[in-house]
Structure formats: C-alpha cells, structure tokens
Design a protein around this ligand. Structure first.
Ligand SMILES: Cc1ncc(COP(=O)(O)O)c(C=O)c1O
Length: 482
C-alpha cells in the first residue's frame, strides 16, 4: 500500500492515513472483502502509534469503506461498489496547490463522523437523527401555501437584505420565548440557519486568537471546532451530575459555552445553584455566556427548566435556539436572542454571508406558530419521545451489563462504561450486527480521550427496534467485558 504521511502537515496523521487508504480503495487496489493489515502491523510499518491507525480504520468504517469483523480485523466493505457509486471521485488538480492557497484552518480536533447509510441498519440508534415521521407535514404545507398568497408573497419571496421576517420575530417573542422565561424586543432577536449558524456568528463577532473560551468537558464537538477556527484557546471545564462544575474563578475567560437544559452529551440539567454561580461570576469577571438551548422542550419528567437567559439581568447571556430538534434539522432555522448591539453586529455579519435565511421558510414558520400548529407539534413530539425514552431506560436497565444513570431529557443516552471498556471497538462490533451506536470519545478535549463512553440516539429509532436493538447491544457488551 502506497502511504506517504507528512508529520509537519496541519492535517492530523490519522486523517492523512485515512485519506491514503480511501484513495487506495477507490483506485481498486483492494478487493471487496480483503483484509487490511492489522493495526499493530501497519503501525510498525509506518512508524505510527496503533491509536493513529485505529482512528483511521474507525473513520473508514464509519464512512462505509471498511467493515470491522469481530476477532479478525478490518476488511474492505463487501458492499463497497454500491457505496462508491454514490461517492463522486475527487478530481485531482495537479497544477494548483489548493492547500497552500487556502491556508490552515487551525483546527486539529477530531470530527463527528456519521454516514447516512447507517439509518437503514435494523437497529439504528443514530445520534442527532429526528423522527421525520413526526413532522407536521399537513400543517407545514398549509402554512407554506398561505405564505405564497398575495398577503404574504412579498415577505416570502422578496429580498430583505439584512432584515428578518417581522411575523416570525413577533411569533417567537409572543409564543416561543416566554415558555423559556425570555422577554425579548424585536431588535434583540436574529433568525439564523440553525443554532450552529448562531454559534458561528457569535464566535465571529466576539472571538479571535487572544480570547479564551471555557467549554464543557465532555461537550459539543462542533462548537469547539467553531471556536478553535477563530483562533481562541479552549479551556475544558468538567461536568458532573449537576452540569458544568463552575470553577471558583473563571478569570481571564472571555466566553463560557454551556448547554444548561440538557448538557451535551450527558443530558444532565445545570442545577439552579450552578446557574446562579455562573451568572454571578460572569458579572464579577466580565465574561459572556453562550447558552445553547438546542433541545430544551424535551424533558420527560417535570417541566422544562427556565433558561439561563431568563435569570440574567445583566445581558451577558447570549441565547441560541433552534427548530432543528422540535421540527427538523433539514429546515436549518434557529434564532439568537441577545442585547441589541450584539444582534446588530450579528445581522451585519450575516448580511455579507447569506443576507437572511430564506423568507419563505421564515414566513411559513411564523404562520405555523400563529396557527398554533408549532406548539401542538412540539407537544406531540415530546409525547412520542418520552415513550421511546422510557422504553430505552427499561431496556438499558435490563440488558446493559453495568449500572447506568439516565437523566430524564434529551434525544440520546450517554452510557459511561467501566474503566478499560473500549466503546470504540464495541461500536464497531455492534455495527457488524446491525446496531448503530457511537463512541463518546469525540466529545472529550483531553488527550488521550476516554474511550469507555457509548452514545445511543433514540429520537429517530423505530420504537419496535428499541428492545431487540438494546438486547443485541447488551450481548455484545457482555462479550466485550468477559
Ligand atoms: C448541542 C448542540 N448545539 C447545536 C446543534 C446544532 O443544531 P442546529 O441544527 O440548530 O444547527 C446541535 C446539533 O445536534 C447540538 O447537539
């Protein structure tokens, strides 16, 4: 196998190795089903750590290039031809060095890798995947048809430069934000293309290479990539069963990024005491808090806790909301609530990026909320998800061979395994039996990242698949621990 790696390149070695192996496979230099060298042999051959080789193999497995064969190793996916047919071959540009022109992103953190074909596995506990069958299609179509009538077509199809749809802003202020304890004026709200877009805009406005950002550990990897690419220094802050363990001092921190409703990925809720500590420190030490409230409504016992923003009277909390989890991530709609001067800057940044999120989507959403269909749909989803969550909790208690504490909320389960348990290997084994779960290592900033955490998304999983899927997973876990 022809592999040339450059330790001085900005791209981590495991990504370079992954790309080299993928190229060899795409070029047909391996037969379908052919075994790859063991990680030990390849590591020795290339003078790399086994970890680097394993990471490359795991990514290739997640992407469908390889399959993991328990107790044998990694082989080229036997279904590869079908898969490759869907992947357009990259066209080499021998005369231009794009890498030199584009420069370094300054981001060597590992990425969350998810391949779409995993949804068709029999027991797909895919994290972040909603149940699209719950989407209120009829109500959405009704609202969209109305959005195209003469009263609304200007708002739906016109160019608004940097402005948002006033109807959607009004509906958010009247019907959505009050449920989170937030009062906001029109100039304190910006519509985004999802909370990730909000995180990006806020980072663009507030961060540079002199800034330090405190992030939850474990935490949301995509937020870290965004902060890192602005050049900011990341400071991990541990999380326990009450959420972020607020340090005695957060001096010299410029921004704290938190997920208080259901901490990502553990799902614990930030306790009231911790919220007060964090707000008091933000005041005393002059930092900004970004509250990512991506799935607040999905609490299955008791009422959703009010947002951190609701407790904030200093204006230091920048609130990120999203329709991704309550309706569908493919809509790409969310919002930021913050003090007017910051919103005005975000609006200016957004203008030169995309002007504004599509008017038709904004007007349709505004009309859905006005008709009461949005809140009805959130209630229905909460019911359906509560059902699945309860089923998952019962099945985990029955089949997973260790004690798991599962906070009541969110869209996925976080299962820390015993010390020494290898969740990365377990997830690869599970995939060979049609069970899609994820290892949690990518959520950690520290190195080496702990490898003993599993994540199971349940929102998009068929309810009938939960019991047999978790039973099959349990059998694999018992084998791994034996
Ligand atoms: C913690 C967290 N924040 C933000 C996002 C991004 O959501 P959106 O689709 O609104 O961009 C996600 C998506 O999974 C998430 O888990």
């Amino acid at each position: 196998m022809l592999v040339q790696l450059d330790p001085a390149a900005p791209e981590p070695l495991y990504r370079q190795l992954r790309a080299a192996i993928a190229r060899e496979i795409e070029a047909g230099r391996f037969a379908a089903g052919e075994l790859l060298p063991s990680s030990r042999a390849l590591a020795a051959d290339l003078d790399l750590s086994r970890n680097t080789v394993n990471l490359a193999y795991q990514e290739l497995t997640a992407e469908g290039f390889l399959e993991s064969i328990p107790r044998v190793g990694y082989a080229v996916n036997r279904d590869l031809r079908r898969y490759l047919a869907e992947v357009p071959a990259a066209t080499p540009s021998p005369h231009i060095s794009w890498e030199t022109r584009m420069g370094d992103l300054g981001d060597d953190l590992p990425h969350v890798v998810r391949s779409p074909e995993r949804h068709s596995e029999p027991y797909a506990f895919v994290v972040g995947e909603p149940d699209v069958s719950l989407f209120p299609t009829a109500a959405w179509m009704r609202a969209m048809r109305t959005a195209m009538t003469s009263d609304h077509i200007g708002a739906s199809l016109g160019d608004r430069f940097d402005m948002d749809d006033p109807l959607l802003i009004d509906m958010l202020a009247k019907h959505v934000l009050p449920a989170r304890g937030i009062n906001a004026a029109a100039d304190e709200v910006l519509i985004t293309m999802g909370s990730q877009n909000g995180l990006y805009l806020v980072s663009r406005a507030l961060l540079d290479r002199n800034k330090r950002v405190a992030v939850e550990e474990p935490g949301y990897p995509d937020a870290r990539h965004i902060f890192k690419r602005r050049g900011a220094r990341l400071v991990p802050v541990p999380v326990d069963d009450q959420g972020m363990v607020v340090p005695r001092s957060l001096k010299s921190i410029d921004l704290v990024s938190v997920t208080p409703s259901h901490q990502y990925p553990t799902n614990v809720t930030l306790s009231v005491g911790r919220r007060q500590q964090l707000l008091a420190q933000a005041d005393a030490q002059d930092f900004v808090i970004v509250e990512d409230d991506y799935d607040s409504e999905f609490r299955y016992q008791g009422r959703p806790t009010p947002s951190l923003k609701a407790l904030d009277d200093s204006g230091r909390v920048v609130y990120l909301g999203s329709f991704s989890k309550f309706l569908a991530p493919g809509l790409r709609l969310g919002y930021v609530v913050a003090d007017a001067p910051l919103i005005s800057r975000l609006r200016d940044l957004r203008r030169y990026m995309l002007r504004h999120p599509p008017g038709l989507l904004q007007r349709t959403m505004g009309l859905m909320i006005e008709a009461g269909d949005y809140l009805r749909s959130v209630r229905r989803s909460r019911h359906a998800l509560k059902d699945k969550w309860e089923r998952c909790v019962e099945c985990v208690a029955e089949h997973v061979p260790w004690e798991a504490s599962l906070p009541s909320g969110g869209l996925s389960l976080w299962l820390p395994g015993p010390e020494g348990f290898d969740a990365v290997a377990a997830a690869a084994d599970a995939l060979t039996e049609g069970v899609v779960v994820e290892a949690g290592s990518v959520c950690f900033l520290r190195e080496p990242a702990p490898r003993n955490h599993l994540r199971l998304g349940f929102a998009g999983t068929r309810k009938e698949a939960i019991e047999p899927g978790i039973a099959a997973l349990g059998a694999i876990l018992r084998r791994k621990l034996a």
